[in-house]
Design a binder for this molecule. Sequence first.
Ligand SMILES: Cc1cc2nc3c(=O)[nH]c(=O)nc-3n(C[C@H](O)[C@H](O)[C@H](O)COP(=O)(O)O)c2cc1C
Length: 167
Amino acid sequence: MEKIAILFGSSTGNTESVAEAMAEKIGSDNVDLFNVAEASVDDLADYKNFILGASTWGVGDLQDDWDEFLSSFAEMDFAGKKVALYGLGDSMTYADSFVDGMKQIYDEISDKAEVIGAVDTDGYNFDESASVVDGKFIGLPLDEDNEDDLTESRVDAWLEDILGKFN
Ligand SMILES: Cc1cc2nc3c(=O)[nH]c(=O)nc-3n(C[C@H](O)[C@H](O)[C@H](O)COP(=O)(O)O)c2cc1C
């Protein structure tokens, strides 16, 4: 497997902590971590595998640093690249916009890159999410506000799925 770039945007540290935990599980030799607040397209151009992590703020808004960075993806050549998405959200307080932020990233890249790692909605309690496409989440939803006890098992199952699919 070629090296993975994990690119995260995080306002209070939850998406960042998950990025660090994923990096440790995958093995630091196989991963480079980038905070989207400091990253540039040049830093990322040579990677063929990406994990993109974003939280949702406002009501269904993409995390601020991601919001600033996202248009940079228009300049990036995603041909042959594989991308897996994860999103942090709050399924109780924001049950109608649960992890919506992921969808904004998906919309930017889904016709350029191969998006892997869709997740069944079973086991999640929410009313609506823009990140459900064709009946599945487009990436891995995580809820550190209400279900932090489920995060590790959700991450483990998801990594098992995506690591076999990367370049
Ligand atoms: C003001 C505010 C608005 C939020 N809006 C949403 C939302 O619309 N949808 C959602 O799923 N989560 C929402 N959340 C929950 C955050 O996404 C969640 O706490 C997340 O873990 C934060 O991750 P971060 O620390 O990496 O930014 C909101 C939280 C706050 C405090």
